[in-house]
Design a binder for this molecule. Structure first.
Ligand SMILES: [Zn+2]
Ligand SMILES: [Zn+2]
Length: 976
């Protein structure tokens, strides 16, 4: 058995000592780069299965292109800024929210972030190393490096100069705990929607002056909401122009109600109701109603409020067909409010608490908590029509799990709408794997992309380089140099002139004052920092401090050749990289992208550390090795962007059927490999088996090369397993006797072929299973250098003998049917039979001999017709038919017994650990005359196949009795 864990640890030591990775980069020509971009992971979390998958795909492809002769620089990066680390530090400092951070001091807060940001580096390095990923880990770029931050400023300034950045108010999903907007991409990324059960309400809005519209006194419009806390902010009700509404009365109630006709049955349920009138939505527009709550601030805006308007987002799919509109707290609401000029009065503060504009009964309450009070109040006033429990999917903060709400906040945006056409055009130049993402998911993301909100109301990130003067003029700074020129107090804050030594974070930036270009006043920086996706999208140039340094170097390395990540990054890193490259360079960011799916557990559940609903990857690696895990992942559906239901048994199967079988072949070869004289070359052999395995080998090489060129690791990887199976269960099985000798020429042919096959196979497997590939190579190659420094082998098309490949398929078919016939007759393969006949295209003489050996028959005959007859078992499938003769003559029976005797001796040789050069002596005793005869008449054959000097019948031999055929026998094998 191949001990993966042990062997892989040894290989890791070899690589480290040999500096193999460094050599694999430096030995390739500098002017032939293959540009790989590594997307920076957050440094604040521990690596999980998803990261292992990313690491593997980021290793397999670069190893392949390295072997193809390219220089593949691989530099690790860390995403250091943003909410993940801020949350961690808040927890650690036992503070929460912006007020407490500011009370502590932003400088202290930021310094703590800096000191904690690389906490888990060690865990990451351990994972990356153990899975065999080669990357410059210690030389990582960090998004918090001042040089990196300066490049990000340059990017924003360039976009600013193009007139594509604006300040606006937008309704965004907002986390009251983190006190920051959360982007749609972030919400979509980790599927932050959760099903929650809430009490929804249908509320009655009393129509003012109903007689004016010909409505009965006491008419109420019904509106439904899943978020009762937004009711105090209600300023309008929206209806659909073309929707039909009804005025209804219910038995026993004096009131009349308005709702959509299609919803009436659901709303009134069992109670009987009468439709008094039907009205088109457009006729309801303009009706005024009494506000649910008195909000003086809304009246104070002077804008018209509390009336019916129409909107195209209204449907009759749920609710009442009337939408309660609270401008600030919904995306549709806000757009409608802008369109018709509704008052915008926020009632929540930045922490989600009702402010002093809110009705006094809920002031100071957290928005979710206030819902109960609001409902009780409406109920007491008799205008709560109905309460119902309702399960709906609601977004939560991806970092702190708090329920988000929509909030209209002031923010800075990159105008994506103006470059959208170009984003879509440039997507044509990208090769996506899987391909359907290009015109599917990614195109859709581009088409529906909102403007990019680049500002965050937080602390630990690159500060937004905007200085906004009271006179209305805003200045954007694009470099430290420009900053020095414009800032009036630069030397008070910075004592150095070197960018690398400056701390450009918020707590220092906020101290810098700029003189306004327009009016000469001193101006403070706006307080926001930059969305960290701006930073990760800047990595192709920011890691080089472009354009301040390494101009040529960057230009030669842009666009990138390859990136790879999991599917959620289509909305995030992939999208932002694409947007940034389009904005800055009018070019794609990357030419090829591989998108993986998500790993779930066997039952299809999300992997959860707290539930421990999956096997720890370290246990898997310890048991089956990183090679098996890598190969499993690379050949699974997860590489086609599908969900993988991770199954430990399938990793085990890879270990058994790929890694261990290959190792058994290597061990077999090594048993005889010492006798290989190296004078004969593989392709000189006339043996049909040798020709066949070389044809298979080149076919494999051709397939792997074509598929890897196309970034399809599934189609590239799977044939490797099939090849190893062919190599072991057919080539080696049928060649066993050739290796053992007899025909020296043929033995040398077999050795030469196996040697070539294993060395080439090691190269082909190197990107996928780098450890065993290295092991095989180091064991068998005359060179003592790594397989990963080798060139990718070239396909020898001349060796792909299609005719032979087809014939071998037939021959194996005959064997398969022959074995089935034997099984049906209940005759063991060890018992020789006289003949098998087959009906198909003719097989060559060599192939017939191979079939004969495999089936243990004396003859293989081709027939034009095979009929069922006595002692002939017939088997067939689509294009092959065989007939197996089952008559066992005395001679055949003797041979069969001899075979069993051979097996017994060989077992004992194994127990004694005899090697191929130990010619043993054998003693035996049996009372069976039949067995004595069988042995006597096959002595030569037995000796040859058991490598023994002599076989003697010894009457006084004592020992354990064993069975050969139906006879008892005592056998003793001794060293010579
Ligand atoms: Zn949050
Ligand atoms: Zn000014």
């Amino acid at each position: 058995m191949y001990n993966s864990n042990e062997q892989e640890q040894e290989i890791l030591k070899f690589w480290e000592k040999d500096k193999t990775f460094e050599k694999s980069v430096s030995e390739r020509p500098e002017n032939k780069p293959y540009v790989f971009y590594d997307g920076p992971p957050f440094a604040t979390g521990l690596p999980h299965y998803g990261h292992i998958l990313s690491s593997v795909i980021k290793d397999v492809v670069p190893r392949y292109w390295t072997m193809k002769g390219y220089r593949v620089r691989r530099r690790w990066g860390w995403d250091c800024h943003g909410m993940p680390i801020e949350n961690l530090v808040e927890k650690e400092l036992k503070i929460s929210g912006k007020k407490q951070i500011e009370a502590l001091g932003v400088d202290k807060f930021n310094e703590t972030c800096r000191s904690k940001v690389l906490t888990y580096t060690h865990e990451w390095k351990k994972m990356v190393d153990r899975v065999g990923r080669w990357v410059e880990f210690d030389n990582a770029y960090k998004t918090m490096d001042p040089t990196y931050m300066e490049s990000v400023w340059w990017a924003l300034k360039t976009i600013w100069d193009k007139g594509l950045i604006y300040e606006g108010r937008k309704v965004l999903m907002y986390c009251p705990r983190c006190e920051t907007p959360v982007s749609k991409a972030e919400i979509a990324m980790d599927n932050s929607y959760k099903d929650i059960e809430e009490e929804t309400v249908t509320v009655e809005f009393k129509v003012k002056n109903p007689e004016r519209y010909g409505l009965p006194t006491d008419t109420y419009i019904l509106a439904w909401t899943t978020t009762p806390w937004t009711l105090p902010g209600n300023v309008a009700l929206a209806v659909g122009d073309d929707i039909e509404y009804v005025v209804c009365q219910t038995d026993g109630a004096a009131n009349s109600y308005i709702c959509a006709k299609d919803r009436a049955e659901v709303i009134f349920g069992d109670s009987t109701y009468r439709i008094e009138r039907t009205i088109k939505g457009s006729s309801l527009v303009g009706i005024e109603y009494e506000p649910l709550f008195n909000i003086p601030a809304i009246v104070a805006t002077g804008k018209k409020a509390w009336y019916v308007t129409s909107a195209d987002f209204v449907t009759t799919e749920e609710g009442t067909g009337v939408v309660h509109t609270a401008v600030v707290y919904g995306e549709d609401d806000y757009n409608l409010g802008l369109k018709v000029g509704l008052p915008v009065v926020p009632l929540l503060d930045s922490k989600g608490i009702f402010n002093e504009e809110a009705p006094s009964l809920i002031q100071g309450q957290y928005f979710k908590k206030a819902e109960k009070i609001i409902k009780e109040d409406l109920e007491a006033r008799g205008i709560l029509f109905k309460k119902e429990n309702f399960i709906h999917s609601y977004p939560h903060c991806w970092r702190c799990d708090t329920q988000l709400f929509y909030n209209a906040i002031s923010a800075w945006f990159i105008d994506i709408q103006r470059i959208k056409g170009r984003l879509i055009e440039l997507n044509q130049k990208i090769n996506w794997f899987p391909e359907h993402l290009k015109e599917g998911r990614f195109l859709n993301i581009l088409e529906t992309a909102p403007d990019w909100n680049i500002s965050r109301n937080r602390y630990w990130a690159t500060p937004l380089p905007f200085w906004k003067c009271e006179c209305g003029h805003t200045m954007c700074i694009g470099s430290v140099q420009e900053l020095k020129e414009k800032v009036v107090n630069f030397t008070e804050v910075y004592k150095t002139n070197k960018v690398e030594e400056m701390d450009l974070h918020k707590h220092l930036m906020d101290k810098l004052k700029i003189k306004c270009d327009k009016c000469g006043q001193k101006v403070n920086r706006i307080s926001e920092v930059i969305d960290c996706w701006v930073e990760s999208a800047s990595m192709p140039f920011a890691e080089f401090h472009y354009p301040f340094e390494n101009k040529e170097l960057f230009e030669n390395r842009f666009p990138g050749e390859y990136i790879g990540e999991y599917i959620a990054q289509t909305r995030a890193w992939f999208y932002y990289m694409h947007a940034m490259a389009t904005l800055l360079f009018d070019e794609v960011s990357f030419k090829n992208v591989v998108c993986t799916g998500t790993i779930l557990n066997e039952k299809g559940e999300k992997l959860s550390k707290s539930k421990m609903n999956y096997t720890d990857p370290w246990a898997i690696i310890g048991q089956y090795g990183a090679d098996a895990l890598r190969y499993y992942l690379m050949t699974s559906v997860v590489m086609e962007a599908d969900n993988l239901y991770f199954n430990d048994r399938e990793v085990k199967e890879v270990y058994n059927k790929v890694i261990n079988i290959l190792w058994n072949v290597v061990v077999f070869y090594q048993t005889y490999g010492g006798e290989y004289n190296k004078e004969i070359k593989a392709n000189e052999s006339e043996s049909i088996l040798d020709k066949w395995i070389l044809a298979k080998l080149n076919l494999l090489l051709k397939e792997v090369t074509e598929q890897m060129d196309n970034y399809n690791t599934v189609k590239a990887g799977r044939p490797i397993k099939d090849f190893i199976d062919d190599l072991s269960t057919w080539y080696l099985r049928r060649s066993r006797d050739r290796f053992k000798g007899g025909d020296e020429q043929d033995k040398q042919n077999a050795l030469a072929t196996m040697h070539t096959v294993l060395l080439t196979l090691a190269k082909v497997m190197a990107p996928f299973t780098p450890f065993i590939a290295e092991k095989v190579w180091l064991e068998l190659s005359s060179k003592k250098t790594s397989v990963h420094l080798e060139a990718w082998p070239k396909v020898d098309r001349g060796l792909i003998n299609e005719k032979l490949l087809a014939e071998m398929v037939l021959a194996r078919k005959v064997v398969e049917l022959g074995l089935a016939a034997r099984a049906e007759a209940g005759i063991k393969v060890k018992q020789p039979l006289q003949y098998i006949c087959y009906q198909t295209d003719g097989l060559s003489e060599q192939l017939e001999r191979i079939v004969a050996e495999e089936l243990n028959v004396k003859e293989v005959r081709r027939s034009t017709e095979i009929r069922v007859e006595k002692n002939l078992i017939v088997k067939d499938n689509a294009n092959v038919c065989v007939g197996l003769n089952t008559i066992i003559s005395e001679e055949l029976r003797n041979e069969g017994l001899a075979r069993e005797f051979i097996r017994l001796i060989n077992l004992k040789r194994k127990e004694l650990n005899l090697t191929v050069s130990d010619r043993a002596v054998v003693f035996f005793r049996t009372d069976s005359v039949e067995l004595q005869q069988a042995i006597a008449s096959n002595t030569a054959e037995i000796s040859r196949r058991t490598l023994v000097q002599s076989i003697s019948l010894t009457q006084d031999l004592v020992g354990v009795k064993e069975e050969v055929g139906d006879s008892a026998v005592v056998v003793k094998v001794e060293r010579p």
